[in-house]
Design a protein around this ligand. Sequence first.
Ligand code: AP5
Ligand code: MG
Length: 209
Amino acid sequence: MKMVFLGPPGAGKGTLAALASGRMGLPHISTGDLFRAAIKDGSELGKKVKGILDEGSLVPDALTIALVEERLSQNDAQRGWILDGFPRTTGQAEALAGISDPEWVINFDVEDSVILKRLTGRRICSGCGKIYHIESMPPSVEGVCDACGAGLYTRPDDSQESIRTRLSAYRSQTAPLVEWYGGKGKLLTIDGTGAPERVYERFMEAIKA
Ligand code: AP5
Ligand code: MG
């Protein structure tokens, strides 16, 4: 199965994609994670995109599409995938249709006040990338990943200023995809609030229906 997870920053795309990927045996491909890995490696791509990610703007389409095209050509992506955070512009959606069209686009609906609470309390594992929240999904030992024992960090783009820029980029450049995919009959909008298990249940009900 080929699926896109769409939704504003903090909607829970990464959290749900990690759950669904493990249970459905599909690779979880997050463009945000790929860019952050490039920054951590200090690669040419990483140097180009670091400032853009930190401020919360979108990376240019050409760079993003090339990255996804390369990732989707790998062996593990031939039988299906969960794309988290791509496409984010109509140009990217058109490019994806030319590479490999998704069967479903899952749109996570979450209101702004919930998004703000989620993003300001988020912590990420510096080792394995597992996502935590200081209130709703805290680790057993503060600041330490339950899964691999590495330290947790706050994403640089989870500052108030970058969150504002990311929400505005979402509204102007990504939200039009809701209508775009809706018009193609591929869109499934689900309520993204409540515990992750509850969101997962709604997601499974939606794709089975
Ligand atoms: P990306 O990494 O994709 O960031 P984003 O879209 O802003 O989304 P987030 O990762 O912040 O949120 P999420 O929906 O994954 O929420 P999460 O599960 O973590 O992109 C980062 C940057 O990379 C972009 O700004 C851009 O610069 C660049 N980029 C990436 N893709 C691009 C593209 N296609 N084109 C151009 N540029 C691109 O959850 C958030 C928090 O809430 C966590 O703390 C979690 O524990 C908690 N939480 C999640 N679900 C629940 C729940 N059900 N109940 C309670 N808490 C929950
Ligand atoms: Mg994410």
